[in-house]
Write a protein that binds this ligand. Structure first.
Ligand code: MF3
Ligand code: CO
Ligand code: CO
Length: 343
């Protein structure tokens, strides 16, 4: 009998790995050939073409509307009228009364996030989303925490009521006149100050139909937040959280943004407790029942390195590939974590 052992068909085109081999090293495709004799030219052509496409489609700044007012009847955080922001009193554990008030702030933030997210669709501007979230926050008796939040010294305060981060924007995007386009992804980050406490939550939404690669990024980022929350255990170090997140991101070849972390939260928006989303052995603080902090991983399709826009706020990936994020405010319980930013 005549048996032909046919070679496996040449794989359909696959994007090059994030870390390319050196020219003399074996090709990533496991052909056994040197990289320079195999995929090198094709990879470089692909990456050049991709860079051009990403540059042509990059998010660009658009006009920012005037600052919105908050009625004087609404309690304002310490920084709202030009003062510095507080990092809290150094205590990470909340009193029962603080917790009661935090639950209200967090529930309000969750509601604003859900209802603003329902308005995401092609053609809507991020400024319109900001206006809606601002009105709703005020209606619920809250102050939109980002409004007038101070930046590093010498940089402008945050001019809007929510953060809207589109595509390659990692975080802190400023709502503006750019209409959302079919295929975009947009993160809405909502923080509400109510009853003297902050509640902070965010999610990434699809604008119309999104390509499979972006949809996968968004789903895995949601899973990264879940993994982080599952790692919350009293008695364990904070570093467990980032370890769990990084492990899951790595499995998909994604990047974990390092410069922005989760944070303690309470009567201060950001306390000095930091929650890295990658493994950081120096995050030795142990979790204790009654602590409140956020977990808010920013996960990138490509490299995690960032750049800053001139506006002093908008953070984008250097490689212009997309980034997604999800955030909850959590309470450490006797057995694990309770998600406070739920309705
Ligand atoms: N909500 C963001 C966070 O998750 C912080 C936004 S700071 C602002 O920590 F000034 F941009 F609002
Ligand atoms: Co936060
Ligand atoms: Co937030």
């Amino acid at each position: 009998m005549n048996v032909t052992v046919s070679k496996a068909p040449a794989p359909a085109f696959r994007r090059p790995p994030n870390k390319l081999p050196r020219p003399g090293d074996p090709c990533w495709c496991s052909s056994g050939e040197k990289y320079k004799r195999c995929h090198k030219d094709q990879d470089h052509a692909f990456l050049k073409e991709e860079r051009q496409r990403l540059e042509a489609n990059r998010v660009v700044p658009a006009p920012v509307s005037p600052r919105r007012d908050v009625p004087i009847t609404i309690r304002r955080p310490e920084y709202a009228d030009g003062g510095p922001s507080s990092r809290g009193n150094g205590r990470h554990v909340r009193t029962p009364d603080e917790l009661l008030r935090m639950r209200r702030a967090c529930r309000a933030a969750a509601q604003v996030l859900r209802r603003t997210g329902e308005r995401v669709k092609p053609g809507v501007t991020t400024d319109e989303l900001d206006a809606f979230a601002h009105e709703l926050t005020v209606q619920l008796g809250g102050y939109p925490s980002p409004l007038n939040y101070p930046n590093a010294p010498g940089r402008p305060r945050f001019p809007k009521s929510i953060c809207t981060s589109v595509n390659e924007v990692i975080c802190h995007g400023v709502p503006d006149a750019r209409p959302l386009r079919d295929g975009d992804i947009v993160n809405l980050d909502i923080t509400v100050y109510l009853d003297g406490m902050h509640g902070d939550t965010n999610a990434t939404f699809f604008v119309g139909e999104v390509d499979a690669e972006s949809a996968q990024l968004v789903e895995v980022t949601r899973e990264c937040l879940v993994r982080g929350i599952e790692a919350v255990k009293p008695g364990r170090p904070i570093s467990d959280i980032g370890r769990a997140i990084e492990l899951h991101a790595d499995r998909h070849g994604y990047g974990v943004v390092r410069s922005y972390c989760g944070h303690g939260i309470g009567d201060a928006f950001h306390t000095n407790l930091q929650i890295p989303h990658y493994f950081d052995a120096s995050a030795r603080t142990r979790m204790e029942p009654g602590m409140t902090f956020t977990i808010e991983p920013m996960i990138t399709l490509g490299a995690w390195e960032e750049l800053h826009w001139e506006d002093g706020w908008t953070v984008v990936t250097r490689d212009l590939r997309r980034s997604a994020q999800f955030e909850h405010t959590l309470l450490v319980t006797e057995t694990g974590a309770e998600i406070l930013t739920r309705e």
